[in-house]
Design a protein around this ligand. Structure first.
Ligand SMILES: Nc1ncnc2c1ncn2[C@@H]1O[C@H](COP(=O)(O)OP(=O)(O)OP(=O)(O)O)[C@@H](O)[C@H]1O
Ligand SMILES: [Mg+2]
Length: 317
């Protein structure tokens, strides 16, 4: 998507969200009257204090401590975001076996589940598809959201692929519901995850709209192409412009064989005040696994990419 189109889309969404806030304020102000009318019409009223407890939660979440850390992987298209996010998840799980981890694939072209070796899964957009044209009541949405996590439960982590978002008309109300469900089920509360690992779309603008306005760690993955280096600056600038609070920004080089390019990456990172965490080599075994469509969990522990990733993960957590 062009930057101009992205800007317009962002602006459009902000306007919609402003309208939504105005509407919410109006509803708050007239709550008593609205409730009275709804009761007369026999609508089900859920009191705000009445929390929707999930009927069942995934095995992983039972072990959650309630302190969530959100870690995103971003960068130019094709630099290795998905591969690094998946390897990070594996090394994280090995370091902290009892942690509850949610893996989010926010790329409409869903790839992370395959790289993680997930057998079967449903995307959020498939879940929403079922409501096409109909109402999407918040309570039902929260229940469905929880069911989706249950359906997608894997051996070492839970999975949330966002899927495609186009063709569903106004996505703004869905984004609002999603952000609320996130607060309730993912980031806060009794069933919060310990870690949320996000494989971002190339940009990071969508993060705050769909999931969380707070990211603890954002890893910018880069190769040695000019475009990718420029993307480090772009992501840095976007992180300042959009409504996302990022605690730590990091850079990781992927498949950069050339010393000169590596120095340039370090120079740019330093200039922007971003911590450089290290680099992953072009790993033959990783490439072979990808070619066969096999999971990063199968990568040997003495492979160069695994060893490097372990060191990078240690610096993040
Ligand atoms: N260090 C590495 N060694 C070998 N192969 C790698 C390495 N990193 C990434 N690859 C391969 O490069 C390809 C692109 O990587 P990946 O899909 O992770 O990039 P991406 O940034 O997520 O791409 P997209 O922007 O399309 O989502 C994949 O086939 C992956 O297996
Ligand atoms: Mg990817």
């Amino acid at each position: 998507m062009s930057e101009k189109k992205m800007d317009l889309e962002l602006k459009d969404d902000t306007v919609r969200e402003d309208k939504q806030t105005q509407l919410e304020k109006m509803v708050d102000k007239n709550a008593d009257k609205i409730v009275k009318i709804l009761r007369e019409k026999n609508y089900e009223i859920i009191e705000p204090t009445q929390k929707t407890e999930p009927e069942k939660i995934t095995e992983t979440r039972k072990k959650a401590t309630g302190k969530t850390r959100v870690i995103g992987f971003s960068g130019k298209g094709g630099v290795g975001k998905t591969t690094l996010a998946a390897l990070f998840l594996r090394t994280l799980k090995e370091t902290e076996p009892s942690s509850a981890i949610l893996a989010i694939d926010s790329d409409p072209n869903t790839c992370l589940p395959d790289v993680l070796g997930a057998e079967s899964y449903e995307t959020l957009s498939q879940m929403i598809e079922g409501y096409k044209g109909g109402r999407l009541p918040p309570r039902k949405f929260r229940q469905e959201f929880n069911t989706l996590l249950l359906k997608n439960e894997q051996e070492n982590y839970d999975l949330l692929p966002m899927g495609k978002s186009e063709g569903q008309g106004c996505y703004c109300s869905v984004n609002n519901l999603l952000r609320n469900a996130f607060q309730e089920f993912v980031l806060k509360g009794d069933y919060a995850y310990d870690y949320v690992v996000v494989d971002c779309e190339a940009g990071i603008e969508h993060l705050s709209r769909k999931t969380s306005a707070f990211v603890n760690d954002l890893v910018i993955v880069t190769d040695d192409s000019k475009m990718s280096l420029k993307t480090i600056e772009n992501i840095y600038n976007t992180s300042k412009e959009v409504k996302i609070e990022i605690e730590n920004l990091y850079v990781v080089a992927n498949r950069v064989a050339n010393e000169k390019a590596l120095n340039e990456i370090k120079r740019i990172s330093k200039k922007l005040g971003i911590k450089y965490l290290g680099s992953l080599p072009n790993d033959k075994e990783l490439k072979k696994l990808n070619f066969k469509g096999e999971s990063v969990f199968k990568l040997s522990k003495d492979s160069p990419a695994y060893l490097k990733m372990k060191k990078i993960t240690d610096q993040i957590i």
